[in-house]
Design a protein around this ligand. Sequence first.
Ligand code: 4NP
Length: 151
Amino acid sequence: MVCLGNICRSPLAEGIAKNLIAMRNLPWDVDSAGTIDWHEGNSPDARSIACARKFGIDISGQISRKIRKTDLIEYDIILAMDAQNFQDVQSMDGELARDKLYMIMNFLHPGRNLPVPDPYYGGEDDFDQVAAMLEDACNAMLDHLEARKLS
Ligand code: 4NP
């Protein structure tokens, strides 16, 4: 799960995806990272932690980090929150990104390249909206991956 700072959207995406994966009894690992290192070593934004808690999910132990090229090798699927994140990951290694990089909302709305909007300058409602979008997108993604039997 990749966003800009790895403190708002992708930590929520990681927590939500892990929760859904556990509910489906799948053996899949999820991590998150940012395309910038400004928040490296920090916990998720307090508003993301509070938002996840409403879903019964604890993301307070996550630590922000910047995406590494090895992530593109180790992970089967790289999910970008918006078009800028997508471009930034693609520019790390176009070859590696080709088969595994997706805009996460495309699992719900194929081909539309819709962003998960950045809630950093927003309020509680914006975080709630992001979480609802991510839950729907993650469920659609897991339906898709289970059908592909990627495990
Ligand atoms: P995120 O949100 O990419 O969803 O983690 C942001 C976090 C930090 C900043 C912008 C967006 N920032 O400008 O520091």
